[in-house]
Design a protein around this ligand. Structure first.
Ligand SMILES: NC(=O)c1ccc[n+]([C@@H]2O[C@H](COP(=O)([O-])OP(=O)(O)OC[C@H]3O[C@@H](n4cnc5c(N)ncnc54)[C@H](OP(=O)(O)O)[C@@H]3O)[C@@H](O)[C@H]2O)c1
Length: 306
């Protein structure tokens, strides 16, 4: 993916990523690409002429997004594939389809995410927020590693959140023994961050870069499962303070495309933020990250046996 010029510019505190990078001959998988940040990211990537796989849970929404992107970009190499990240059986079925295509995967963007207000246990017996935001991306990424290794320039972008700062990954999380506390979003995004760090250590010799990105606070559908009064308050605040999905896609595009991106990094606003006040100190605890990895492997394996 070399031979390109890219630049991140800032205006009124908002960031715009400009790059001439072409994705001709490259395959990108992006989860949750039917709306919000995921849709805008997929749209930009499709304009770069890549083979873009929209991995979405809802057939109708996935097909509509695919048609819109093809219409807006003229790139007919945009594909929809069904994927429900909350179910490990769905992740496995998705990966087996991708494997059967026998093509390298160049960029994987783990973008899909959910905020739940009420406890929601999946058919496989795990909490839905954790399953969607962490177990699903963990399994998807680890199962796609062989195809990412086939790329000359493999990259994994984990779309996390600054909410990880308020998260905790304690022994109960590691042992999947926790009760529903409405902190699942923060905790799952912290788990995703620890996963990013541990994965970067495990795959240093492969050339694949893996990074974590907080895309900013964005006016999207993310808070749709909250009670209406909370949605109302959040919407009012958001009108004043936040970014559009197009703006939220800029740092994700930077992490997916820019040559300067460093593996294992925590990114915000197209810059590296490790060791700043925005990053929880526990992410540098390698023992915790290892324990979490091992317990996650046990959990995703057990999900397949139910
Ligand atoms: N919005 C913010 O302020 C903010 C801040 C920090 C981080 N983020 C992160 O940015 C990412 C994108 O969020 P967004 O703001 O664009 O939210 P969004 O508009 O709600 O989009 C979320 C996407 O995830 C998909 N999704 C949810 N559950 C899924 C599942 N089980 N399997 C597959 N896909 C699933 C949704 O599909 P459906 O349409 O079918 O539900 C949708 O496509 C998320 O990871 C989010 O945590 C957002």
């Amino acid at each position: 993916m070399g031979g390109s010029i890219s630049r991140a510019s800032f205006s009124k505190g908002k960031v715009k990523f400009c790059s001439t990078k072409s994705l001709t001959g490259k395959t990108v998988i992006i989860t949750g690409a039917n709306t919000g940040v995921g849709f805008q990211t997929a749209l930009d990537l499709a304009r770069r002429n890549g083979r873009i796989i929209l991995a979405c849970r809802n057939d109708e929404k996935g097909e509509v997004a695919k048609s819109k992107i093809i219409q807006l970009t003229g790139n007919t190499n945009v594909i929809y594939r069904q994927l429900d990240l909350s179910l490990m059986s769905s992740v496995r079925a998705f990966v087996s389809v991708i494997n059967s295509e026998e093509k390298a995967v160049d960029i994987l963007i783990n973008n899909a995410g959910v905020v739940n207000w009420e406890e929601n246990i999946t058919a496989e017996g795990v909490e839905n927020t954790f399953a969607t935001n962490y177990y699903g991306p963990f399994l998807l990424t680890t199962l796609l590693l062989e195809l990412l290794k086939k790329s000359s320039d493999g990259r994994i972008v984990n779309v996390g959140s600054i909410a990880s700062l308020a998260g905790s990954v304690d022994n109960d999380t590691v042992m999947a023994r926790r009760k529903f506390t409405r902190t699942e979003y923060n905790d799952s995004k912290l788990a995703l961050l620890l996963f990013t760090k541990e994965l970067a250590r495990k795959i240093t010799d492969t050339g694949i870069k893996v990074v974590y990105i907080h895309p900013g606070t964005i006016r999207s559908d993310l808070f749709r499962n909250l009670p209406w009064i909370l949605q109302f308050i959040i919407t009012c605040i958001m009108r004043l303070l936040t970014k559009t999905p197009v703006e939220g896609a800029q740092p994700v595009l930077f992490c997916a495309l820019d040559d300067s991106v460093q593996t294992g990094g925590y990114y915000m606003d197209c810059a590296r933020y490790d060791h700043t006040m925005w990053v929880p100190k526990c992410v540098y605890d390698e023992e915790l990250a290892k324990k979490l990895w091992e317990s996650t492997e046990r959990i995703v394996t057990a999900c397949g046996e139910r």
